[in-house]
Design a protein around this ligand. Structure first.
Ligand SMILES: NC(=O)c1ccc[n+]([C@@H]2O[C@H](COP(=O)([O-])OP(=O)(O)OC[C@H]3O[C@@H](n4cnc5c(N)ncnc54)[C@H](OP(=O)(O)O)[C@@H]3O)[C@@H](O)[C@H]2O)c1
Length: 300
């Protein structure tokens, strides 16, 4: 199929581009050209925030796509841009939202897609505004699907799922040196991380699937674990022992109030995704974290 990725050279979008190419799809990417795009894509260079330039770039490219994946929509204007510029050129739009749309202090376990949303100026609230933009728009003949991934991990990103070692560039070094890890809440918050290649497969599985048209879906991995388990699996890969120091939640929130979204159980009901016949994430946390850690230990 013909796939357009808004993004294409970063973590999620780069993983999607590589997997789509491996599967023989024709891939076009939209980036600002600051990072190398995977070999084999057709590259459009434009800053999506430059609205007129973006519209012109799409227009002059003239493409038509079976699937568009917007991996970098963060403001309602971005979602509006997808609809305005692509509804007559794409059969299906997949918009990558986030589990941070939910209010961390008002959750259900496992959390279904309908719930209490944040109402502030946060990243998660802005993603919810993007969702509403799409939900309420006239998208013409273009189908759409919104995916809400939780913690995404895998080669191409840093390791770490919880403050104070979220995406910690020195995590492996610290663990090898036997340094205790300081985790908020002692690392007891539950998580259901999704492996980036599984997310890519899920995105691709939306194309041509009428059951996911007009739907919002949680996107989480197959395993529910305590956050500390994530670090223990990495310790096993390294062949080291690890220990933890607990940072009290209220203490951490006083210094980093914007990190409240991390400080709740992040576990999700995947019934809707499975019933729609989409590709359910299946990589075990052990296998995924091993691949992730090894990619950092042996960079290519
Ligand atoms: N990471 C997580 O755990 C997590 C969890 C839930 C949801 N999400 C969502 O997953 C999505 C992907 O996140 P990611 O961090 O992996 O990003 P990404 O998809 O790798 O995005 C970065 C890409 O976008 C391009 N880009 C950035 N700004 C641009 C602009 N203004 N115009 C055109 N291209 C631009 C970058 O290339 P250039 O720099 O060359 O432009 C790069 O190719 C996001 O929507 C995020 O909210 C992430």
């Amino acid at each position: 199929m013909k796939l357009l990725i808004i993004g294409g050279s970063g973590f999620v979008s780069g993983t999607l581009a590589r997997i789509a190419l491996e599967q023989g799809h024709l891939v076009t990417t939209v980036t600002r050209g600051q990072r190398k795009v995977p070999e084999g894509v057709q590259s459009i260079i434009v800053d999506r925030k430059e609205r007129e330039a973006f519209a012109e770039a799409i227009e002059s490219h003239g493409g038509e796509w079976d699937l568009v994946a917007d991996c970098i929509g963060f403001a309602p204007e971005d979602a509006r841009q997808d609809i305005e510029c692509l509804k007559n050129r794409a059969r299906h739009l997949v918009f990558i939202s986030t589990d941070f749309v939910f209010d961390p202090s008002d959750r259900v376990y496992p959390q279904p897609e309908d719930g209490a949303y944040r109402a502030d100026n946060s990243y998660g609230h802005k993603k919810r505004l993007c969702e509403l933009e799409i939900l309420n728009a006239d998208t013409g003949n273009m189908d759409w699907t919104i995916l809400r991934p939780c913690h995404i991990y895998g080669p191409g990103s840093l390791l770490g799922c919880l403050p104070t070692h979220g995406r910690d560039p020195d995590l492996l070094q610290k663990m090898k040196a036997g340094q205790p890890l300081a985790l908020v809440g002692g690392g007891h918050f539950l998580q259901q991380p999704i492996f980036a290649p599984d997310l890519a497969a899920l995105i691709l599985s939306c194309a041509g699937n009428k059951s996911c048209q007009g739907g919002i879906f949680n996107a989480a991995g197959p395993d529910i674990i305590e956050s500390k388990k994530y670090y223990e699996i990495i310790a096993d890969v390294l062949g080291v022992r690890t220990s933890f120091v607990e940072i009290p939640v209220d203490e951490h929130l006083k210094v980093s109030p914007s990190q409240d979204a991390f400080l709740c159980h992040r576990i999700y009901d995947l019934t809707r995704l499975k019933e729609a016949g989409m590709k359910a994430p299946s990589t075990s946390i052990q296998d995924g974290l091993r691949l992730h850690a090894e990619s950092l230990l042996n960079p290519r």
